[in-house]
Design a protein around this ligand. Sequence first.
Ligand code: ZN
Length: 109
Amino acid sequence: MVLKIKTGDEVVVISGKDKGRRGKVTYVVPGKNKLMVEHINITKKHIRPTRKGQQSGIVEREALLSISKVMLICSRCGKKSRVGIKVLKQRTDEGGKLRFCKKCGEVID
Ligand SMILES: [Zn+2]
């Protein structure tokens, strides 16, 4: 199965509080349609010291986003695009499937 979005892709958020923001995919959860994007969907976690000498404070980290909330940005046309899947006759590492941009037709990988 070919995922439409992979680690390292540049995406734009299309819904939610980070709508319109761009970032690079840092992690995709296999089989769960969830991913993590650099600097997107930041949650703040308050840390309370549980032992003496431990620092309290706020830690910011990215939380998982649903894959349906982002769209890939095509590296050729620079637009957010729908990803198509092409099936090739000859086999490749991805099982003969390639992703391509539905806007300009550019093969992504
Ligand atoms: Zn394109």
